[in-house]
Design a protein around this ligand. Structure first.
Ligand SMILES: *Cc1c(COP(=O)(O)O)cnc(C)c1O
Length: 421
């Protein structure tokens, strides 16, 4: 459930008409619902009730400071994958002890930044990273708390670009080598082992791969404890999928996921962390765009929007399906037309949907892409010199621009022409 509903024939974001935001900020733009963000965070938090736990929002899915502040205020920790994301978490007041640092390529600068500022743990992904982190921590006179990300060789049954838990993926260390790698970590002076980390992929629509992975983590916990390691924290990653269409099978609920966690690792006495991104932010955001032209092709109609692949890359990158709905509610039984819905960028990949049934729309009609809150604004670029589109946050009957559209002057002023030209 989200808070983007038709009311009196027009699409609303909570208690604000989407058309009112469009008139104020221009199109295209992203809009997020505070109520949906907090509701989704609470679903996870409640699902782990009874276990010591921390829900760390994977901010790579949606990292605007205002969104982070909403979630931090609700009690979320943060999962970060770069120094920049760490600074975002700190900028909204999240203390280091509620920030976990994931990612396969942490640099020395990032290690120093986060060790100096305070960090809950590093989720370490390789032996070279382990040696580097130990050296950096030792030089700073501190000890880095770590988990090791294990790759359980489980098929997440999701899109190849977001599956991370198979042995051919670049992530983690093979679970079969875990004992050897933990022994090596224990011997490094700058590290303190505190647990195990696993993350098998994104947009999982079944529980079975999680179950298989978490069972392997539970077994490994016992084995590593028997080897004398402290395993007091399990980071179980993110990845629970969301419904992108209203017709397809609903992905598992956070409560079912929580029950699965309790069933597989609940007996181990560990503190549990999870790192959901998409399930918190995905359905909390829309991208709103305007029809520039309706073009008659040889055998189809094209709906040419002012939004493009540089603003929302998921359809081009992951073959993603987004519900696209008119901002003015179609009359019941209104005739449907098949459109190819495209943006203005000079690539055929700039296609949001093919043969999509919509009521007949004309120039200047507004449409909303649903489920655009995750991996939307954060993956936007200025390809074709199109300015990054604004982000707006709604809270009840209020809305605010939380990132303004840059002016063309601002965009041009970022380039420098060398003196010899
Ligand atoms: C991307 C990622 C997440 C979040 O994934 P979602 O599918 O958005 O929940 C969590 N943890 C790690 C390590 C990730 O790389």
């Amino acid at each position: 459930m989200d808070h983007f509903l038709y009311r009196d024939g027009a699409l609303f974001a909570e208690d604000v008409a989407v058309s009112e935001i469009a008139a104020a900020v221009g199109t295209p733009f992203y809009v997020y619902s505070t109520a949906t963000l907090t509701r989704h965070f609470r679903l996870f938090d409640d699902a782990l009730d009874g276990l010591p736990h921390l829900v760390c929002f994977a901010m790579k899915s949606c990292s605007n400071l205002a969104v982070l502040k909403v979630l931090a205020g609700a009690g979320a920790g943060m999962d970060v994958v770069s120094g920049g994301e760490y600074l975002r978490a700190r900028a909204v007041g999240v203390p280091g002890e509620r920030i976990v640092f994931s990612g396969v390529g942490k640099t020395e600068e990032e290690m120093r930044l986060t060790l100096a500022g305070g960090i809950r743990q590093f989720n370490v992904e390789s032996e070279p990273e382990m040696r580097r982190l130990s050296a950096v921590a030792t030089a700073m006179g501190v000890v880095a708390p770590i988990t090791v990300r294990v790759n359980p060789d489980v098929d997440a049954k999701t899109h190849a670009k977001i599956a991370t838990g198979k042995s051919e993926n670049k992530f983690g260390i093979p679970i079969a080598r875990a004992r050897e790698v933990y022994a090596m970590a224990a011997a490094l002076p700058g590290l303190k082992i505190i647990g195990i980390d696993v993350h098998i992929g994104s947009q999982l629509t079944e529980l079975a791969p999680f179950e298989a992975a978490y069972q392997k983590v539970a077994e490994l916990t016992e084995v590593l404890r028997a080897d004398g390691h402290e395993i007091s924290r399990l980071d179980l990653g993110g990845g629970l999928g969301i419904p992108y269409t209203r017709s397809n099978d609903a992905p598992p609920l956070p409560t079912e996921y929580g029950d699965l966690i309790k069933r597989t690792v609940g007996h181990l006495g560990c503190e549990v962390e999870i790192e959901p991104g998409r399930l918190i932010s995905g359905n909390a955001g829309l991208m709103v765009s305007k029809v520039v032209y309706v073009k008659e092709g040889a055998d189809r109609q094209f709906l040419i929007l002012d939004g493009a692949m540089n603003d929302l890359i998921r359809p081009a990158m992951y073959d993603a399906w987004h519900d696209i709905v008119p901002v003015i509610e179609p009359a019941p039984g209104a005739e449907q037309v098949a459109f190819d819905i495209v943006g203005p960028v000079c690539e055929s990949g700039d296609t949001f949907a093919k043969g999509r049934l919509m009521p007949q729309l004309g120039e200047d009609a507004l449409v909303a892409f649903r489920s655009a809150g995750a991996y939307g604004a954060v993956m936007a670029s200025e390809y074709n010199s199109r300015p990054l589109i604004p982000e707006v946050l709604v809270h009840g009957d209020q809305f605010a621009v939380i990132r303004a559209r840059p002016t063309f002057d601002e965009m041009l002023s970022r380039d420098t022409i060398p003196s010899w030209l």
